[in-house]
Design a binder for this molecule. Structure first.
Ligand code: URP
Ligand code: ZN
Ligand code: ZN
Length: 482
């Protein structure tokens, strides 16, 4: 007689802490048992494969509304398809605010759009206008609705916040029990260097990297940490591109601050040289912060091993190359300043990280699981429902062939974007099957999931992001609505 709805039999189970051969019994979409000789109504044979928690991508832009009207090309169906093809079962995407507007109406609109998703999903609430109404009335309501992270940009027109506005967001997060995630680059320094580059006729995509060298990211990271320390508000620094920036985070962590660091696959395998390809081709690799060089990439691995950078998300932000609405929206001669930033990466995140990390001997499979699933789930309040393999967790799993070598092509990734910056990259290690809440939703690259079968993940209060209680002179300024 079968004890479970489904048994994944004979694989090497990889948890955040250990690896062992076992069966996994699934009942009602959850992991019910991890053991030997389990019997299910259905069996998936996993002999010779790794069985890991489904990926949790805590930073990806899907169907994000644009200031000028319309939304990101990648929608919740195509984004889900790519995520599932690549072994990711949960995503945290964004609800954005436009200056002069509130955040409640956009969140309702994102909830409506995301109802089509086939992955489980949550949102970070972007704040671009820290008005009294938003900070004092709307943020508490958004957080109470389960959107327990706020996102701010310290650069980009028209998104960036000045320091005073940033402080107001930090204080609102402290009062409501939310995490703040930060895009750290110095707005004025980029504008100044960009003006000089354009004045000198340096307009090609490669000058994107020249406009924002690493000290611009390092300064903003240092400032974000100092201001968060003053407010006593936990933060995560998004998309760290190089060791100098991560070292700011390491120093903060050594002082006992709740500061976490995220990096992304593009900072391990791309470099500023990629933006120096002939003609407009470099635009395919343009993202912010800019990819640096091979030494920076290698240096990031050490900071991953040391635990300073403990999350690797995709920062999927796709703009097609050959369509009039994507990278070339302002024409093929557009100066770098006017080319949309961002690279697609939902489906390639796990294969690149596994290949560069595990297959090349830089990290072990448990560290890989922590980086792409457990740590993002913990940091964003989804653990232990997501991000691990243990009784009670959702049965979100990826069955992985660690020996399969694949040359990445865009079609394998199944996103809507018409290119991948990783075209031709050879990876060792590939997802064979993805299981979401006990349902096989991808097998051998074929994604079969009902649109709308993804669930909204409302995130309740959790201890990890509680303030430390240390404020300068014992005076908690965030208690005042200023
Ligand atoms: O270039 C990037 N990273 N675009 C996406 C938006 C962001 O900054 O995260
Ligand atoms: Zn960013
Ligand atoms: Zn982003």
């Amino acid at each position: 007689m079968a004890d479970y709805d489904l048994v994944i039999a004979g694989g090497t189970v990889v948890t955040p802490a250990d690896m062992f051969v076992a069966d996994i019994g699934v009942a009602d979409g959850r992991i019910a048992a991890v053991g030997l000789n389990l019997r299910g109504q259905r069996t998936v044979d996993a002999h010779g494969l790794l069985v890991m928690p489904g990926g949790v991508d805590s930073h990806c832009h899907i169907e994000q509304l644009q200031q000028g009207g319309g939304a990101d090309e990648e929608n919740f169906i195509t984004g889900s398809t790519s995520a599932l093809a690549g072994g990711t079962t949960s995503v945290i995407t964004f609800s954005t605010q436009f200056k002069g507007h509130g955040i409640l109406a956009p969140l309702a609109e994102y909830r409506r759009r995301a109802a089509k998703a086939m992955v489980d999903y949550s949102f970070h609430q972007i704040i671009t206008d820290a008005s009294d109404e938003v900070i004092f009335n709307e943020v508490p309501r958004v957080v109470a609705a389960g959107v327990r992270s706020l996102k701010v940009f310290l650069t980009y027109d028209p998104l960036h916040l000045d320091d005073r506005q940033f402080l107001r967001v930090l204080a609102a997060a402290r009062r409501t029990g939310a995490l703040v995630t930060v895009h750290c680059e110095n707005y004025e320094a980029i504008r100044w260097r960009t003006a000089a580059l354009l004045a000198d006729g340096k307009v090609a995509p490669k000058y994107h990297a020249w406009s924002r060298p690493s000290m611009i990211e390092r300064e903003a990271t240092h400032r974000a940490i100092a201001l968060a320390e003053m407010v006593d508000q936990p933060i995560q620094i998004f998309h760290v591109s190089c060791p100098e920036v991560a070292e700011e985070i390491a120093r903060a962590q050594a002082r006992g601050l709740k500061v976490w660091g995220e990096t992304c696959p593009q900072y391990f395998v791309l470099s500023a040289d990629d933006m120096d390809r002939p003609g407009f081709e470099g635009a395919k690799f343009m993202c912010s912060p800019a990819p640096r060089d091979a030494a920076a990439s290698e240096g990031l691995w050490k900071l991953v091993r040391d635990g300073v950078l403990d999350v690797c998300s995709s920062d999927h932000s796709g703009w097609s190359y050959d369509t009039p609405v994507g990278k070339r929206v302002h024409g093929l001669d557009a100066p770098f300043r006017d080319i949309p930033n961002g690279v697609p990466g939902l489906g390639s995140r796990l294969p690149i990280l596994f290949s560069e990390g595990v297959s090349k001997g830089r990290i072990d499979p448990c560290a890989f699981v922590r980086l792409v699933a457990t740590n993002p789930a913990r940091l964003f309040g989804l653990y232990p429902r997501k991000g691990t393999i243990a009784p009670g967790a959702d049965a979100d799993l990826v069955l992985w062939d660690p020996n399969r070598t694949v040359t990445i092509t865009n079609s394998l990734l199944q996103h809507i974007i018409d290119y991948t910056p990783y075209e031709g990259l050879e990876v060792t290690g590939w997802p064979v099957s993805t299981i979401r809440r006990g349902e096989v939703v991808m097998k051998d690259g074929i994604v079969q999931a009902e649109p709308g079968s993804g669930q909204f993940l409302a995130r309740a209060a959790y201890d990890l992001i509680k303030p430390t209680g240390n404020v300068p002179f014992g005076f908690d300024a965030s208690a005042f609505l200023v």
